[in-house]
Write a protein that binds this ligand. Structure first.
Ligand code: SF4
Length: 329
C-alpha cells in the first residue's frame, strides 16, 4: 500500500482556510493510497509555550476536531497525539546524541525565529534541538515520505542527515525520508497578508457562516476600487487569490474578473460569490465538526486507538534502536 507517510501539526488552536487548502486537503487525499501517520505534536508546542502551557490541551482538542471535520479518517490513517506515544521523547534523546551542534545552529528557521519571535524567550536547549524532535517524529515510524512545503525543505534535509549519521554508527535502521512536494496555494487573510492566527486575519474552519461573511465583506480588496465605479485588477486583490483556491467555476471566475476590470460588478457581488463557494466547501466539514463536538466519547476512543497503533509501530522501532546501540535489553 503506497508509502508510509508521517506528518505533524503543532496545536495552535482552531485551524483556518490556509491549513485546509495548504495541508489538510492533501492529507485527506494521501490517506486513500498510503499508510499515513498524522500526529498533533504537543511537545513541539511546549518548546515555544513552556512559560504558559495552559492552552495546549484545548488547542489539541480544537485541532483534532478540525482534522476529523476536514475528513482525516481514523479507518484509513493513524491519527494521534505525540505525547501519547512516549517513544518520541526516547528517540529524540537517542538522535540528539549523534546530532552535531553546528547542524542545529546553522538551521535557517531557528535563526529566523530567534530574531522574529520577540515576546517569548526561545533561547533554550530544547528549542535549538527542535529539528531533532521532528526527526524523531518521522523516523520513529520509519516514514518514507513527508508532505512538505518549500519552507520545510531544510528541516527534512536535517532529518535525512540525522538518519544517515545514526545509520553510519549503528547500522541500517532508518530510511531517509523523501519530501512529497505539493504546491501550496496562496491563501491570504482578510488584511492581504498570509493567513495566520498570529496576524488575527484568519477565517477559521469552525467560524459561523455569518462570521465568515462578515470577515469576507470587510476583507481588503484592490485599493484602486475605492468607489463602485472605479475599475480594478484581480491580480492585485487578495479576495481574488481566495477565488483562485476556492472557486472551481472557471466561467464564473472569468466573468467576475471581467466585471472587476470594467467596474461592471462591485466588490460585494464578487465577495458574495466567493462566500458561496467557501460555504459549499465548509458545510459538510462543519457538519462533521458539530457531530464530533457532541460525541466526545467517540473522539476519545479515536485518540486512544490511534495512540495504540502508533505505539506498536514505535515500540518496534525503539527496540531495534536499543539493540543496535547495544544497551542491555
Ligand atoms: Fe477584488 Fe473582486 Fe473587488 Fe475585483 S471585484 S477588487 S477581484 S473583490
Amino acid at each position: 500500500m503506497g508509502k508510509r507517510i508521517f506528518s505533524g501539526m503543532r496545536p495552535t488552536g482552531r485551524l483556518h482556510l490556509g491549513h485546509l487548502a495548504g495541508a489538510l486537503t492533501n492529507w485527506v487525499k494521501l490517506q486513500d493510497d498510503n499508510e499515513c501517520f498524522y500526529c498533533i505534536v504537543d511537545w513541539h508546542a511546549l518548546m515555544s509555550d513552556y512559560a504558559d502551557s495552559s492552552k495546549i490541551k484545548s488547542n489539541c482538542k480544537e485541532v483534532f476536531l478540525d482534522w476529523l471535520a476536514a475528513g482525516l479518517d481514523p479507518e484509513k490513517a493513524t491519527i494521534f497525539i505525540q505525547s501519547h506515544v512516549p517513544y518520541h521523547t526516547e528517540l529524540h534523546l537517542a538522535l540528539s546524541m549523534v546530532t552535531p551542534l553546528g547542524w542545529l545552529e546553522r538551521n535557517p528557521t531557528y535563526k529566523d525565529q530567534i530574531l522574529n519571535i520577540q515576546n517569548k524567550d526561545l533561547s533554550t536547549y530544547a528549542f535549538l534541538g527542535y529539528p531533532v524532535l521532528m526527526a524523531a517524529d518521522i523516523l520513529l515510524y520509519k516514514g518514507e515520505a513527508v508532505p512538505v512545503g518549500e519552507d520545510q525543505t531544510a528541516h527534512l534535509e536535517l532529518t535525512r542527515e540525522i538518519a544517515r549519521r545514526f545509520n553510519n554508527f549503528y547500522g541500517d535502521i532508518f530510511p531517509e525520508p523523501e519530501g512529497l512536494f505539493t504546491e501550496t496555494p496562496k491563501v491570504p487573510g482578510t488584511d492581504g497578508r498570509k493567513m495566520s492566527k498570529s496576524y488575527g486575519n484568519s477565517i477559521d474552519i469552525a467560524d459561523e457562516p455569518e462570521v465568515i461573511w462578515e470577515k469576507l465583506r470587510t476583507m481588503m480588496t484592490d485599493p484602486a476600487r475605492e468607489r463602485r465605479k472605479d475599475p480594478g485588477d484581480p491580480a492585485k486583490c487578495p479576495v481574488w487569490d481566495l477565488h483562485k483556491v476556492f472557486n472551481k467555476n472557471a466561467a464564473e471566475k472569468e466573468s467576475l474578473a471581467e466585471g472587476c476590470r470594467t467596474a461592471g460588478i462591485g466588490c460585494v457581488e464578487c465577495k458574495k460569490s466567493l462566500y458561496g463557494h467557501v460555504m459549499t466547501l465548509l458545510e459538510p466539514i462543519q457538519q462533521r465538526r458539530a457531530y464530533y463536538e457532541t460525541h466526545g466519547d467517540e473522539v476519545t476512543d479515536i485518540l486512544r486507538e490511534g495512540a495504540k497503533v502508533a505505539k506498536e509501530v514505535a515500540a518496534k522501532t525503539m527496540s531495534e534502536v536499543v539493540e543496535a546501540i547495544g544497551f542491555v535489553e
